[in-house]
Design a protein around this ligand. Structure first.
Ligand code: AMP
Ligand code: ZN
Length: 476
């Protein structure tokens, strides 16, 4: 890829409320740490949740496409109020209950072709580090204990000259009177304080762990601080989530993480905060009573594929609210059909030649995504390219080598978008070499050898078809 772009990769940073050049903390400029708040595994993921995870996948893939070495962490929230309620209702153990929805979530991620995070820490596997972090907050004077629960004191934090309200301008007075006081938190010093550790209550059943403050369980916010810092260090590059997490979840993460550092070692917890806008369905907030609540599985049952849903979720800019409709999904199918058809024609024309990627499409694509992930512009390039290629193919004006170069460019783009029809996937060079070997055997009328090679291809997952234009391979 050309490295001489005028403009750097840029993201909108919620912290600065502006689009900023992306410069990793790594002095070598190569390694990038990225944390995305993961699912609460109490039910099947809905299509809104997956909009956020597809957005995170796009960020990661584009960074990798640009040559960065990304460490991607996504937590699994497997202890939390809603989960505990369900465990009580079903009589299952916490691990059985959450294990089922965690597996379902991972299968859904595969359906949507999400690249697996390098680490998927579960909250319940990190109780030790969570307790350790709370102790550091206590030692720094920002935590207090009431009846076995531990709270974070925003007043003490601000009193020490720290800023609470970095991601959005908070009216703290408003916050105090505006926030609903929950029953189990009446003992807090101030309404805006939040629980770091929740003392065991009878409703918790078997869900509790020992701690210096007595039996109980961690609060939700602290788990993300503890696990992200354990895996990525006290200061890392990117933190992602849906816009609903800006406040209080991410603000609390900042306070906990920066508040735990020893005096004199304070650094910003995260350099770039990226938030995805919410998804609406048929113009409305998703709700079961409105009948517009879709899990991924609901959509698959309606006959849509993971790649169609992925394409639709990738078609809108992550900071724009997006209206998901079933008509939109039908449109995704048509759009993908146009790409599939063009790529199939390219493959036919390219035959088994392979080439360096054509640069014009790649350069425009890169420029578009570098601009805070401007997917509309990037898809615009792809569809202009399809139109132009179809014209040239119709006119018989595309050489095999040119077709191979365009195909290679598409293949590079698809490392980011990953929407290609996998049954029509482009074979890697070692497979193409076997196909050529088999073709040579056939020409030499060595049919037993040709059959051996066909079998080897099949074992590697590729099927050869002999067409009048020569052999074609596709996924078996
Ligand atoms: P949860 O499982 O509720 O903890 O949510 C997991 C992720 O999905 C979080 O990053 C949320 O911000 C995100 N999310 C929840 N609802 C929506 C929605 N309607 N649109 C986009 N993202 C959402
Ligand atoms: Zn989180």
């Amino acid at each position: 890829m050309r490295a001489d772009f005028d403009m750097a990769l840029r993201f909108f940073n919620t912290l600065s409320r502006s689009v900023q050049d992306f410069v990793p903390l790594d002095p070598g400029g190569k390694r990038v740490g990225m944390y995305c708040c993961g699912p609460t595994v109490y039910d099947f993921g809905h299509i809104g949740n997956f909009r956020t995870f597809v957005f995170a996948d796009l960020v990661r893939r584009h960074l990798e496409f640009r040559g960065y070495q990304v460490t991607h962490v996504m937590n699994i929230t497997d202890v939390e109020d809603k989960i505990i309620r369900r465990v009580r209702e079903t009589g299952e153990t916490l691990a059985d209950y959450t294990g089922r929805y965690e597996s379902a979530f991972l299968a859904d991620c595969e359906t949507l072709r999400l690249r697996a995070p390098h680490h998927r820490p579960r909250a319940t596997d990190h109780i030790g580090p969570i307790i350790g972090l709370i102790r550091r907050l206590e030692a720094n004077g920002f935590a207090y204990v009431v009846d076995g629960s531990v709270y974070f004191s925003i007043d003490r934090y601000r009193g020490a000259g720290r800023c609470y309200g970095q991601l959005l301008n908070l009216d703290l007075e408003q916050l105090r009177t505006g926030e609903r006081v929950r029953n189990d938190e009446y003992a807090k010093e101030a309404v805006a304080d939040f629980a770091l550790w929740k003392a065991r209550s009878p409703e918790d059943g078997d869900v509790f762990w020992p701690s210096p403050w007595g039996e109980g369980r961690p609060g939700w916010h602290i788990e993300c601080s503890a696990m992200s810092m354990q895996l990525l260090g006290a200061s890392f590059d990117l933190h992602l989530g849906g816009e609903d997490l800006v406040f209080p979840h991410h603000e609390d993460e900042i306070a906990q993480s920066e508040g735990a550092a020893p005096e004199g070692e304070r650094r910003p917890f995260v350099k770039y905060w990226l938030h995805g806008a919410h998804l609406l369905v048929e113009g409305k907030k998703m709700s079961k009573s409105l009948g517009n609540f879709f899990t991924l599985r609901d959509l698959l049952e309606r006959g849509f594929s993971g790649r169609e849903i992925r394409y639709l979720l990738l078609s809108a800019h992550y900071r724009d609210s997006f209206n998901f409709t079933l008509d939109g999904l039908a449109g995704a199918r048509t759009a993908l059909g146009r790409i599939d058809e063009c790529v199939a024609r390219l493959r036919e024309t390219a035959g088994n030649t392979s080439d360096e990627p054509a640069t014009s499409l790649l350069d425009r694509f890169t420029e578009a995504l570098d601009d805070d992930l401007n997917v509309s512009a990037a898809w615009g390039c792809v569809f202009d390219w399809v139109r132009d290629l179809n014209r040239r193919l119709d006119a018989g004006a595309l050489s095999s080598a040119a077709a191979a170069a365009e195909l290679a460019a598409w293949q590079r783009i698809d490392t980011v978008f990953d929407v290609a029809n996998r049954s029509e996937a482009i074979a890697p060079p070692e497979i193409l070499a076997l196909v050529e070997e088999r073709q040579a055997a056939r020409k030499a009328r060595d049919f037993p050898q040709a059959d051996v090679l066909r079998k080897r291809l099949l074992d590697a997952g590729w099927l050869v078809e002999d067409t009048p234009k020569g052999p074609r391979v596709k996924r078996a």
